[in-house]
Design a protein around this ligand. Structure first.
Ligand SMILES: [Zn+2]
Length: 680
């Protein structure tokens, strides 16, 4: 994934940002978090915030939210939507504010002081979140309101009903509804799962670091992907490739860092926890909160791509087999040969020459291109405002307007610096919502990238991947900017995991469409539009090798689903389990799952359990969504743009799949994705 969200608090601290109060804070007059910002659009006054202000603000923020929750719980009046659901939704305003500023800046303005604060505050926030999630009296009141609603005795507007349902669901999913006699076991399961996932991750890290091999030319191969993959692509020595491939793929399957027993325990514990929560499998529990809803839907989605992908992968295999035979007559292609021959063919036929491509993708032109697409689709305009507060002189600030009204503030922070994490992401200093007075509060959005810096005689010139990244993050930004919701926890990008990448990925389609490329990709010196031949080369490079990429991704996604679809406790030998799963789908032996079980961190540690499918799921959605524009014959079709804008404006106030169908007029089809991958 190309981005990250600051989700640390999102799940539990659905908090609002109404006007700040400064009660009982007389003793800390210098802390800007305890005073009004007094800035345009109430943007945090970054220049006044010093590291020493964070901890007191975090502590006070938690104290205030605790007091607010206590007030809800101790209210002598019967629970109502206003005194319970709404009061909870708008609690913790200061905590939300300091958290968003702190965690956003710790990613792009880091320092030893910031790191020390993060280490200190993270467990405090986790405990604070747990206190709320497992507050039985709070849940009792929420459930009372929910029951009134279910019995039809509450008259709620659609968005209020959605807030109530999502709040209730959030608590139930966190275990608040677990019967008293099972609560101790439920907590025990959570603790065991947390500790096992940590051990799993540590084992992968240690096993990865334990290996390094110095080659005869003095260079060193390690098992870090950025070192390992280029080695596998370029090493002509077949024996050596085999050895290093095994070092990578045999990690944690036995010995000191063995993860197989952890997998056995973890998968069974997750099943038990799902059962306690009332679901037949762990996958059912996870998917209940996603668009996909059920394991059957996920399998259908993945298998709709599987056959065509495997067919193309077999064609690729035959090509590489022939190449191998030229080098080594009689030899049979093996997994450690794949990347080598794939790269060889790419270099011969599909390589893009950086020096030719980059001059057409000057950062300013690509950014203007993204703005132009937003203008043609939604009528938005972007005005640079160098007078507004900023956290770093490199971050550019834009005021985003829809007609005469300002709908949001957008920071774009493009280049690497020592204090910035690598990668690219979108986040918010403040999400759009209405405050308790009903006034609209505009969003403050941040897009962060790590593109090559300009030099004295050259502007920043992007490669094509980077251009797509810019459009991608800008797509997330539009989701935040166009939001037109009432409640903070339902607004903007606060949507399910298998929906959140649709607004971003769909923008990449405009970035790579020849007609649009012609509009924005202009040579930075001559102003000449990108030549057709270069566009064709970029297109060919994009579809090259898709058989392998798609097949290994789908294999991993199906493996994930198989683990978490078990319905009864059982002994699991992950190596056998994986072999069975791959046999069932007919994976060819020259390709293995993108991650083998013992080091498949996404599904055992980092929150993609029964969720690895979402990469494929969202790709189907984004290709299908763009196809609507393409088949209409107008890439900026006003009617479709209006409908898609409605989807972006709605956040999570409506079931996202209903939003999608309202836009598309039908269910998504995998056809457009297959076409894009060259598999039709
Ligand atoms: Zn993204």
């Amino acid at each position: 994934m190309k981005h990250k969200f600051s989700i640390l608090l999102a799940a539990l601290l659905a908090v609002g940002c109404q006007t700040k109060t400064s009660d009982d804070m007389k003793d800390t007059p210098d802390n800007p978090f305890f005073t009004e910002w007094n800035t345009p659009y109430n943007i945090p006054d970054f220049s006044r915030i010093k590291p020493e202000h964070y901890m007191p603000a975090f502590e006070e923020g938690m104290r205030r939210q605790k007091a607010e929750v206590d007030a809800i719980v101790n209210n002598s009046e019967a629970p109502t939507f206003e005194n319970t659901i709404l009061a909870f939704e708008y609690s913790g305003e200061l905590l939300k504010e300091v958290s968003s500023v702190f965690f956003n800046l710790s990613e792009c303005e880091n320092s030893p002081e910031m790191e020390a604060i993060e280490v200190k505050v993270t467990p405090m926030l986790a405990a604070h979140g747990d206190d709320i999630a497992l507050n039985a009296k709070l849940f009792e009141r929420i459930k009372a309101v929910y029951d009134q609603y279910k019995q039809g005795s509450l008259d709620l507007k659609a968005e209020q009903a959605r807030l109530l349902e999502e709040t209730y669901k959030g608590f139930v999913r966190g275990g608040a509804n677990v019967p008293a006699e099972k609560q101790a076991r439920f907590r025990e399961l959570n603790e065991q799962i947390a500790s096992l996932t940590m051990r799993f991750a540590n084992n992968v890290l240690k096993a990865t670091n334990a290996y390094s091999k110095t080659l005869s030319d003095g260079t060193t191969v390690t098992l870090d992907m950025p070192t390992w993959e280029p080695f596998m692509q370029s090493c002509p020595d077949r024996k050596l490739r085999e050895e290093v491939w095994h070092a990578f793929t045999d990690r944690c399957k036995e010995g000191k860092f063995d993860n197989t027993k952890i997998i056995d325990t973890l998968v069974n514990l997750r099943l038990e926890r799902a059962n306690i929560l009332g679901f037949p499998t762990h996958a059912d529990w996870v998917l209940d909160d996603c668009l996909a809803k059920t394991p059957a839907n996920v399998y259908r989605c993945l298998l709709s791509i599987w056959k065509p992908a495997l067919k193309v992968a077999k064609q690729e295999r035959d090509l590489y087999q022939k190449m191998l035979e030229k080098d080594e007559p009689g030899a049979k292609l093996q997994p450690w040969d794949w990347r080598y021959y794939s790269e060889k063919l790419r270099a011969e036929k599909y390589a893009l020459d950086d020096a030719v491509v980059r001059p057409y993708f000057c950062l300013d032109s690509v950014r203007e291109g993204a703005f132009m697409v937003a203008n043609r689709l939604y009528g938005l305009t972007f005005k640079e405002r160098s007078d507004l507060p900023t956290y770093d002189k490199e971050a550019r600030c834009f005021e985003v307007k829809d007609g005469d009204s300002t709908i949001g503030i957008l920071y774009m922070d493009f280049h690497p610096r020592a204090s910035k994490r690598s990668g690219a992401w979108m986040t918010e200093f403040r999400g759009q919502h209405r405050n308790l007075k009903g006034e609209n509060v505009i969003p403050i959005i941040q897009v962060v990238c790590n593109f090559t810096k300009p030099t004295a005689d050259k502007p920043s010139l992007l490669n094509f991947d980077e251009s797509e990244t810019l459009f991608h993050e800008f797509g997330h930004a539009l989701h935040g900017l166009l939001s037109k919701c009432t409640y903070p926890s339902l607004a903007g990008t606060n949507v399910p995991r298998d929906f959140v990448e649709l607004p971003s990925q769909v923008m990449e389609n405009w970035c790579r469409h020849p007609q649009v490329m012609k509009m924005y990709a202009k040579h930075y010196q001559t102003g000449e539009a990108i030549p057709d031949e270069l566009i064709r080369k970029i297109e060919a490079a994009a579809t090259y090798g898709q058989g392998f990429i798609t097949t290994e991704l789908l294999a991993a996604s199906l493996l994930d689903m198989d683990y978490y679809s078990i319905k009864a406790k059982q002994h699991i030998d992950p190596l056998q389990f994986e072999e069975q799963a791959m046999k069932k789908i007919g994976l060819i032996p020259e390709i293995i799952s993108r991650y083998r079980s013992p080091y498949f961190q996404h599904i055992f540690t980092t929150g993609y359990d029964a969720g690895y499918y979402s990469y494929t799921w969202t790709a189907i959605l984004d290709a299908d969504a763009f196809e609507a524009f393409a088949e209409s014959g107008d890439l900026f079709n006003p009617g479709l743009a209006k409908k898609f804008r409605h989807l972006l404006e709605s956040g999570n106030t409506v079931e996202p799949m209903d939003l999608y169908r309202a836009f598309r007029g039908k269910d998504p089809s995998p056809k457009a994705l297959l076409k894009r991958k060259g598999m039709l």
